[in-house]
Design a protein around this ligand. Structure first.
Ligand code: PMP
Ligand code: GLN
Length: 383
């Protein structure tokens, strides 16, 4: 048996979702919307199923989806992308992250990661045999310190994995921060894997792909997710945009991991990416109202929230109510006493690294307003 996998705990998202069911809690833990995505996509997926679209799709994705990904890169970011040589469709961003890392990283290489980090990054690197070099953002502003970032780069650095907008912090990296990263990527002749699944979910600030910064077009693999862009997290359709040489390697990894992604869902996601700009603005506006509702309510209950300009998540400081408990103990109590599920932020740090913050918990606000109100009223009954 693989001892590393045997020792890997079940993901915190599943653990907290199970506890939420057990305690009949409002689940603001695992990040998934509680309403369906656009009917146009669901209809397109259902129609495609009945239209004999049920055998293997082409390895790199249906042409219509690759074209839609290329167009969306042009429309949103002014990037000119060849749909035939620079796009690979994957089974979710989760697969895309693994495939992009496999494309450029080998055993013994180092990869720079930014903490707090999404829970698949470290295990995938470990399975590749690469060494993570973690840099921490400093709460409450989630500040990136230039010298600390530089110190993580070295002669063995092969890549940086950047998540912006970021889970769990909600941070959207500024252009100045992106340029700091870009300078180091160029200086150390490295690649960047850009997890941009929340690209369309930003509130009052623009998401800028690292790929658009000087010298970065040739070094970046940019990852999107239909799950996040169309509120259809169960579909698991992702897409990678990368220069031809890198896209060819991502396609090789995809060939081994999955080979081809469900064709009816691909066709529907192409419909989604071709929706009018208004759709994406309304999606972000709706989430922004939800963030404001939850953050304001949490503040009023003595849980100050940290700035969050994007994603599904807002992080709250539990210090005032912790009574000696760390974030994990607090979340376990919360799901029982208040019947509200949240995720401890310490789960987003390397388990063998320095002490993580223990006073922060993450709430997902991608829920109906009545559900957010119910969570606040339950919390109000306890605090
Ligand atoms: N990256 C981040 C930062 C995420 O938050 C998530 C998902 N929830 C993913 C990747 C995975 O996306 P997908 O569901 O498309 O695999
Ligand atoms: N990305 C989601 C979150 O952060 C969960 C995805 C999962 O459960 N694997 O909540």
């Amino acid at each position: 048996p693989n001892n590393y996998l045997a020792g890997l705990p079940t993901t915190i998202f599943t653990v907290m979702s199970q506890l939420a069911v057990e305690h009949d809690a409002v689940n603001l833990g695992q990040g998934f919307p509680d309403t369906e995505g656009p009917a146009a996509l669901i209809d397109a997926a259902a129609d495609a199923l009945r239209d004999n679209r049920n055998q293997y799709a082409p390895l790199t994705g249906l042409p219509e989806l690759r074209e839609a990904v290329a167009r969306s890169n042009a429309r949103s970011y002014g990037l000119s992308v060849d749909p035939d040589r620079e796009v690979v469709v994957t089974s979710g961003a989760t697969e895309a992250i693994a495939a992009c890392l496999m494309a450029v990283v080998e055993s013994g290489d180092e990869v720079v990661l930014i903490e707090p980090l999404y829970d698949t990054y470290l295990p995938v690197l470990r399975m590749i045999g690469a060494t993570p070099r973690c840099v921490r953002l400093h709460p409450p502003e989630w500040t990136l310190v230039a010298d600390e970032l530089r110190a993580a780069f070295g002669t063995k650095t092969k890549a940086i994995l950047l998540n912006s907008p970021m889970n769990p912090s909600g941070k959207v990296f500024s252009v100045a921060e992106l340029d700091l990263i870009a300078d180091l990527v160029r200086e150390f002749d490295a690649y960047a894997v850009c997890d941009e699944v929340y690209e369309h979910l930003t509130f009052g600030v623009a998401h800028v792909p690292l790929m658009t910064r000087p010298g970065m077009r040739e070094r970046c693999m940019r990852i999107g997710s239909a799950g996040k862009s169309f509120s259809l997290t169960g579909w698991k359709v992702g897409y990678v945009t990368a220069p031809p040489a890198l896209a060819a390697l991502v396609a090789k990894a995809h060939q081994l991991l999955v080979f081809a992604t469900a064709p009816n869902l691909q066709r529907a996601v192409a419909v989604g990416l071709n929706l009018e700009e208004d759709y994406f603005h309304e999606l972000a506006d709706d989430l922004r109202r939800k963030r404001d509702l939850l953050a304001t309510g949490l503040h009023a209950l003595g849980f100050p929230t940290l700035p969050a300009d994007g994603s599904y998540f807002v992080v709250a400081d539990i210090s005032r109510h912790a009574e000696g408990r760390d974030d994990v103990a607090f979340c376990r109590d919360l799901v029982r006493t208040a019947r509200v599920a949240a995720i401890p932020v310490s789960a987003f740090y390397a388990p063998d690294g320095p002490e993580p913050p223990r006073h922060l918990i993450r709430f997902a606000f991608c829920k109906r307003e009545a559900v957010l109100q119910e969570a606040l009223s339950r919390l109000g009954g306890v605090f």
